[in-house]
Design a protein. Structure first.
Length: 248
């Protein structure tokens, strides 16, 4: 794991950069919540990030998944089976996690965009990391109750459909942080701009819903954004949303 892969943004809140995707470690003493799990090929890095932060996988209280694309769901089934860690998603995302259907960019869609700078190198890395692997879950769970979850970090799920039907961001009100998954990112290898933005449209199941979902993020009180792709973004989340809207 490279030296700058783990970024602390608040007490007990760390963003970890994997292979073109991020996950978040929330800790409270010896207990840990993991938000997203990278690609299947990131498994060793996920476990290493826990170890570097002083935690064994057995310390995981729960895994929370923003959405069930392979680059976020990658090791969820493994952590559930190997360590008995419950994995929670929004109720609308459960059938997606079980792979009753798949709302994910296809190889054909990517190839039609291969002329764009960055798309082909990214697609090769994604395939090597397990972008088309079978990561379906057998026992995904809905969030146990509305509002703040009784887990390290006290994350509050906020439904932000569009990228997928059950996409959620997680608000950490006490830390002033939003874990935004793919609803609002700060960069991507297939994008030529940096800073707050939506992912390129080919990645969204419903683009208009993705734009509308920015309104759910806009009202959250936070000045740190931890995206599924790109670096930590510091500044009012409201301003980040406004910039993403301007870029479309």
């Amino acid at each position: 794991m490279r030296e700058d892969a783990i970024v602390q943004v608040a007490s007990g809140v760390h963003l970890v950069h994997g292979s073109d995707t991020n996950w978040v470690v929330l800790s409270d003493g010896d207990a840990v919540t993991l938000v997203d799990t990278g690609y299947p090929g990131d498994r060793a890095a996920v476990l290493a990030s826990l170890r570097v932060l002083g935690h064994a996988p057995e310390a995981l209280t729960a895994v929370l998944i923003t959405h069930a694309h392979n680059d976020h769901l990658g090791s969820a089934e493994y952590l559930n089976r190997a360590f008995g860690v419950p994995v929670h998603l929004h109720e609308a995302e459960l059938p997606h996690a079980r792979r009753e259907f798949l709302h994910q960019v296809s190889v054909g869609q990517v190839m039609r965009q291969a002329w764009r700078p960055g798309v082909l190198p990214w697609s090769v890395r994604a395939l090597r990391a397990g972008g088309k692997a079978d990561v379906r879950m057998t026992r995904p769970l809905p969030f146990p109750a509305p509002g703040a979850l009784d887990l390290p970090g006290r994350p509050v799920p906020v439904h932000t459909p569009g990228h997928t039907a059950g996409h959620c961001v997680f608000h950490l009100p006490d830390a002033g942080v939003v874990i935004s998954g793919d609803a609002l990112v700060s960069g991507h290898p297939t994008s030529r701009v940096g800073g707050p933005q939506l992912l390129p449209a080919m990645f969204d199941a419903e683009r208009e819903q993705s734009l509308a979902a920015l309104g759910h993020i806009e009202g959250l009180t936070a000045d740190v954004l931890l995206p599924g792709h790109g670096p930590v973004h510091r500044g009012p989340v409201r301003a980040a949303v406004q910039r993403a809207r301007e870029l479309g």
